[in-house]
Each structure stands twice: as C-alpha cells, then as structure tokens.
Design a protein around this ligand. Structure first.
Ligand code: PGA
Length: 255
C-alpha cells in the first residue's frame, strides 16, 4: 500500500550497550541498510546520552538519524543528570523522545512536562517523538481513549510545529505482549481523529503515528498493513542489528 506518510522506524536502546557494542551495531546497520530497503524508511536510533556522539559519528555516511531518549525543557541550568536540547543537537541529534512511559513511571514525568519538553525540542531544532499509551489497568477499566486524549492534549498544548507520535500501550512494552493489529489500528485511528480536531485534517493526514510495544520482525508485517500505523518504536528488537534490519525491510515494503 502506498501512503503519503514515509514509514519511520525508531530504535530505543534504553539503558543498553557500551561504546564498542554500539560501534559494532552501527557497522552492521550501515552495511545492511541499503539492501534492507532503507531508502524507503526514515530510521532513527535513540541511544543513551554517553553514546550519542559516537553513534552519530559512526552513522554520518548514512541517512540514519540519532535522537536523545529524553530532554530537559530548560535551555541550561542547575538540573543534575539532565540533558538540554542544545547538548543533544551538539552531539549530532535531530530527534528526541518525549514522555516515554518509563520516564513517566521512573521519574514521575507529568503530561504537562512532556508538552514543555516537546515545545523546547522543536524550538531548538529537534523533532520530538511524543510517546503516549495506556496502562493495563486503564485498558481493563475501559479508559484507554480517555487516557490517550488527556496525554495527547497536554503534549500538544504548546502546539509544537513538528512532531511524530508513538502509541505505546504500557502493558505491551518489554512484555512480549503485542497489541493485535486491530487493537493498535483502533487506537491509531482514534489518535488521528484527535489530531484532525486539534490541528486540522491536512496536518493529521501527514503526521506519523508509530506503534511501540514488543514490536519485532515477526509482527511488523501485520501491524504495518494497518492504514494508520506508520512505523514502530522498537526497544528489545532494536538491540540486534539483524532484527532491526529485518524490521527496516518490513517497513520498507509498506512504502
Ligand atoms: P519494546 O520497547 O519493543 O522492548 O517493547 C518499546 C519501547 O519501550 O519503546
């Protein structure tokens, strides 16, 4: 199926890999990306902060982009352990994740903070990949859409000009449980409708909405066949270059 939205594949390495492992991964990715159909897919890696500069350098001959896993909304200051937009840009980043559920759970990030981060990212020249998704308890109590709407409204309240969205049901992240293609499509279609209400149908039609949560080579085909799934944010399966290349190939067939 041809879509106006070029597939986007993000590899979220979380707190994995040291420099030598990252370098080995980048070599394998650079060697295999053309034959995996990489020209038809936008690919971004999200390594931990200490790896960013090296990964960006290793991939500079390729079209693969690099992003931070989080960013602080302030330009600079006394924020121990945090990273600014300018520092990410300086390390070679063009993207940043905002509001990953592990940041929300481990660091108590609020919906409003996610919006502030997305706004700061755009103002500083980065594209935020805004992550939203319901917990198992929220899904079971029938509140999925309500939670998605609240998270999306807050993240987009400052009206960042550029962004992509990742729908990541928390119960599917790192658990081996994946939303069925129908479940994911239902959530993505809902999010696209919300985008149309907030930003207009033209904008909603071109915004990429990725699925995340135990995405892997085996399920990428069925999920990408859904009309509103425009790529993936991948954790576990992004650590192995062979699996990640297989996912690039899976996405490229949708282009
Ligand atoms: P997973 O992680 O692919 O390991 O489930 C996805 C994510 O957290 O972005």
């Amino acid at each position: 199926m041809t879509s106006v939205r070029k597939p986007l594949l993000g590899g979220n390495w979380k707190m994995h890999k040291v420099r030598a492992e990252a370098e080995e991964f980048c070599k394998a990715l650079a060697a295999g990306i053309s034959s995996a159909g990489g020209a038809d897919v936008d690919v971004v890696l999200f390594p931990s902060s200490p790896l960013l500069h090296g990964v960006a350098r290793s991939l500079e001959e390729t079209a693969v982009e690099v992003g931070g896993q989080d960013v602080h909304p302030a330009a600079q200051g006394a924020h121990t352990g945090d990273t600014s937009v300018a520092q990410l840009v300086d390390a070679g980043c063009t993207w940043t994740l905002c509001g990953h559920s592990e940041r929300r759970a481990d660091h108590g990030e609020t919906d409003e903070q996610v919006g502030a981060k997305a706004k700061a990212a755009v103002e500083g020249g980065l594209v935020p990949l805004i992550c939203i998704g319901e917990s198992q308890e929220e899904r079971e109590s029938g509140r999925t859409f309500e939670v998605l709407e609240r998270q999306l409204n807050a993240a987009l309240a400052p009206r960042p000009e550029r962004f992509a969205l990742a729908y990541e049901p928390v119960w599917a992240i790192g658990t081996g449980l994946t939303a069925t293609p129908e479940m994911a499509q239902e959530a993505h279609a809902f999010l696209r409708e919300l985008l149309a209400d907030l930003l207009g149908p033209e904008v909603a039609a071109v915004k990429r909405i990725l699925y995340g949560g135990s995405a892997k080579p085996e399920n990428v085909g069925a999920l990408s066949a859904q009309p509103d799934i425009d790529g993936f944010l991948v954790g576990g399966a992004s650590l192995d270059p062979e699996k990640f290349l297989a996912m690039i190939e899976g996405c490229s067939s949708r282009a």
